[in-house]
Design a protein around this ligand. Structure first.
Ligand SMILES: Nc1ncnc2c1ncn2[C@@H]1O[C@H](COP(=O)(O)OP(=O)(O)OP(=O)(O)O)[C@@H](O)[C@H]1O
Length: 254
């Protein structure tokens, strides 16, 4: 089996410019195809960890190997290639609201094009076909020509998933992907993520606020508190009572 989709976080700390410690010496080894849910109080460092994994921001210390390559040291073309491999969906979807669904989905492909090609929207036939396939996988092909702003929140998030799929990633980061969605829509979005995880072997790492969702979808649960990793167990070992400790206030005020 290839190691596509493995992540090795070693001694990672992140101190923001204002001195706030976002992450404090995180060590984490994730195998390809895991569905890791990160839980913890607001401010525990969950988003900081996700944003470090695709280098949306730099870390202060430590290394993050994706498929054996350290993304914290990569630059230029190498970094662009690594970023393609690590797709992300966001709490607020980050779609271009006035653009069509197809245009939003195709934009997931820009990492494969030069600047001028993507500026003029010169996407190849293959990529247009790829967009059709991505939308089909989230069951939204009928919205191909619809403007993103005319979709419900759940549909917008699924467009976000289709857009992320265009990168052909091995790793899928989901930063609170279902907050604000009703229970039924939440199930559809989480179901899409789980299906991609199981069918394509995508490594999924999701920040979630709901313990029930964490228990329902994760193969492994990681707990953060005050920027530190305080819990890391495969789902078989997780007891509901474990969460009380993860959700305890961090002792050190930051
Ligand atoms: N850009 C920033 N500049 C300074 N401090 C920041 C920045 N982003 C986050 N922080 C701080 O870093 C810590 C971790 O924040 P982070 O957003 O990672 O937490 P979180 O667990 O994702 O919280 P939430 O569940 O509310 O999204 C918090 O103390 C936060 O205030």
């Amino acid at each position: 089996m290839s190691n596509k989709g493995t992540i090795k976080v070693t001694g990672v700390s992140k101190v923001y410019d204002n001195g706030v410690v976002g992450l404090d010496n995180i060590n984490l080894d994730i195998a390809a195809g895991e569905f890791v849910v990160i839980v913890g109080l607001s401010g525990a460092g969950k988003s900081t960890l996700l944003r470090s994994l695709n280098r949306l921001h730099d870390v202060t210390e430590g290394s993050i190997e994706i498929d054996g390559q350290d993304i914290t040291k990569a630059s230029g073309k190498e970094l662009r290639n690594m970023r393609r491999n690590v797709a992300m969906i966001f709490q607020n979807y980050n779609l271009v609201k006035r653009a069509t669904v197809s245009r939003n989905v195709l934009s997931g492909r820009v990492g494969y094009y030069g600047t001028w090609q993507s500026a003029f929207g010169l996407f190849t036939k293959e990529d247009q076909e790829r967009a059709v396939q991505s939308l089909t996988r989230v069951n939204l092909l009928d919205k191909y020509y619809t403007k993103a702003r005319d979709l419900s929140g759940g549909q917008q998030q699924r467009v976000g998933i289709a857009r992320a799929l265009m990168q052909e990633p091995a790793v899928f980061l989901a930063d609170e992907p279902v907050s604000g969605l009703d229970p039924k829509t939440t199930k559809v979005v989480m179901g899409d993520l789980k299906r991609l995880n199981e069918e394509d072997g995508l490594t999924v790492i999701a920040n979630l606020h709901s313990i029930d969702l964490a228990l329902a979808y994760a193969t492994r649960i990681v707990g953060l508190r005050g920027g530190k990793l305080v819990y890391d167990q495969p789902i078989e070992n997780v007891k509901e009572t474990d969460f009380a400790d993860i959700y305890r206030e961090a002792e050190v005020s930051r």
